[in-house]
Design a protein around this ligand. Structure first.
Ligand SMILES: Cc1cc2nc3c(=O)[nH]c(=O)nc-3n(C[C@H](O)[C@@H](O)[C@H](O)COP(=O)(O)OP(=O)(O)OC[C@H]3O[C@@H](n4cnc5c(N)ncnc54)[C@H](O)[C@@H]3O)c2cc1C
Length: 463
């Protein structure tokens, strides 16, 4: 084993696990950090020990891939410094700040692979703060990790590939899916079909989920708009619109989301250069085809640097590890070089497929214009769309960090991870600017909430 080289990988999902496996195969012992209790990431999240649902039940078509990824990590555990339940809450050149089971710590690094994945892209609608309303990702985590549903009569709403998958998983698990409300239209999907056929197996799965839902009597409405969730103590109905006609569905839970957004805060804190990606409607850290960021020694892999899906995350993790090894002067032979080219070609093919996916489930361009003034955008600080618009009108603010300073949007516990996308859309609409012109919220530590007790203990220990 090489002692001098001990890269750190943040994230033990598909990207992080394949990166670790590649480093181990080259005689390097990496540190692998993940805030989750078990490896697998979002798609292959493992339930707590003792839960008995089979991989087939948990992961469906992906059971084989889940098994392969889980055992890949299990097989290298003795050659990895694996740190589960450890959050990286801040980073600066050469150092990570950690929180592990209530205790603070720091970890120096020479080389770092960020494989931090994604979370839901949230576009609020009136009533979204009612108990019983979840993001699609959270609805799926409840099922995968805890084996429970968010409700028994569930509306699945928004758009994106997870929409039909989560609806299918809920219906299979025995919940009644009252309806799928997709803001993307059938026409969007028909136009995107040729590009999506670049990955026929993935395309076929999407068609299967839709067909299965229809065959099992789950109403699927496309090209709709969400009007409001209603209820007092908990959501009891969902109102939505098709054309000019409003409809109401009784339900006890709603899962909603509009595709995913990359978790880019650590790359931001480390000073990686970002640029705007029009397809994903987001500023993303720049990476070359091998996963090198603009900061030497920092590599980016998987959904955390741009949404590409789980298979691409595995390839990107492996590719980034090969790049790291080459840059660190570890001999990379002709077999590695050929593999690197193969991985880059696979990633390029997936990028072409993603164009189709984004077209099939487009961002609802009219969302900001139709958001009512009283809609809560930032639930931590209770800032409404109207307050943001008022601020733009009164102060001429045209940039996200200025808007944050003036209104406190994105200044609460989520640090803009939940509300940032929506706030930027409202700002762009209010000052008639393109979405890329209003900038992005700068990353701020702590990137996720920290318990006061841990900070107090750390201060006590330092005193
Ligand atoms: C909730 C959710 C459910 C999803 N379900 C599916 C699905 O069923 N099917 C599908 O095709 N796609 C799904 N996706 C998309 C999914 O993210 C995949 O594309 C894939 O998991 C990406 O792999 P990854 O390794 O890039 O990231 P992930 O699998 O997201 O792994 C990232 C890992 O990094 C860890 N992490 C992140 N930040 C930190 C930090 N600061 N400190 C410590 N650890 C950190 C996380 O705990 C996580 O384990 C889902 C996405 C989400 C958000």
């Amino acid at each position: 084993m090489t002692k001098a080289l001990q890269p750190v990988i943040v994230g033990a999902g598909p990207a992080g696990v394949r990166a670790a496996q590649t480093l181990v195969a080259h005689g390097v012992r990496p540190v692998v950090i993940d805030e989750a209790p078990r490896w697998g990431g979002q798609i292959y999240r493992q339930p707590p020990p003792g839960f008995t649902r089979s991989k087939r039940t948990l992961y469906g078509f992906e059971a084989g891939r889940a098994e392969a990824l889980h055992s890949a990590m299990a097989n290298i555990l003795d050659r990895v410094d694996y740190r589960p339940e450890t959050l990286v809450w801040s980073a600066e050149g050469g150092r990570l700040d950690l929180l592990c089971r209530g205790r603070m710590g720091t970890l120096p690094y020479g080389q770092l692979i960020l494989a931090t994945g994604a979370t839901d892209r949230v576009l609020p609608f009136p009533g979204w703060t009612l108990p019983g309303v979840y993001t699609l990702g959270a609805a799926q985590v409840a099922l995968k990790y805890q084996g429970c549903a968010i409700g028994s009569r569930v509306v699945i709403a928004g758009t994106g590939p997870l929409l039909y998958l989560v609806a299918y998983q809920y219906a299979k698990a025995g919940a009644r899916v009252v309806a799928v409300l997709d803001t993307a239209s059938f026409k969007d999907k028909a136009l995107a079909a040729p590009a999506m056929l670049r990955q026929p197996a993935v395309f076929a799965k999407g068609v299967y989920y839709l067909g299965w839902l229809r065959a099992h009597g789950v109403p699927v409405h496309q090209g709709v708009r969400l009007v409001r969730a209603t209820g007092d103590a908990r959501v009891t109905a969902m109102r939505w619109r098709a054309g000019a006609t409003e409809h109401e569905l009784a339900c006890d839970a709603v899962g909603f989301g509009y595709a995913l957004r990359s978790e880019t805060q650590l790359a931001d804190l480390l000073g990686c250069r970002f640029s705007y990606n029009a397809l994903q409607r987001a500023a993303l850290p720049e990476r070359d085809g091998a996963g090198r960021s603009s900061v030497p020694g920092v590599y980016l892999a998987g959904d955390g640097a741009g949404i590409m899906g789980a298979d691409a995350a595995e390839w990107a993790g492996e590719r980034a590890a090969l790049a790291l090894l080459a840059d660190a002067g570890k001999a990379v032979d002709a077999v590695d070089a050929a593999r690197a080219s193969e991985l880059e070609a696979k990633l390029a093919r997936t990028a072409a497929f993603r164009v189709g996916l984004e077209r099939a489930f487009p961002f609802p361009q009219d969302w900001a214009a139709s958001a009512p003034d009283e809609l809560v955008i930032c639930r931590c600080e209770e800032i409404t769309a109207g307050e943001l618009r008022q601020c733009v009108q009164n102060t001429g603010a045209r940039e996200m960090n200025r808007l944050k300073a003036l209104t406190r949007v994105g200044m609460g516990r989520c640090q803009g991870r939940t509300c940032g996308v929506a706030a930027a859309e409202i700002l762009a609409q209010a000052c008639a600017a393109a979405p890329d012109a209003v900038g992005r919220l700068r990353g701020q530590a702590p990137i996720k909430p920290l318990p006061f007790a841990a900070m107090a203990r750390a201060n006590g220990e330092a005193a």
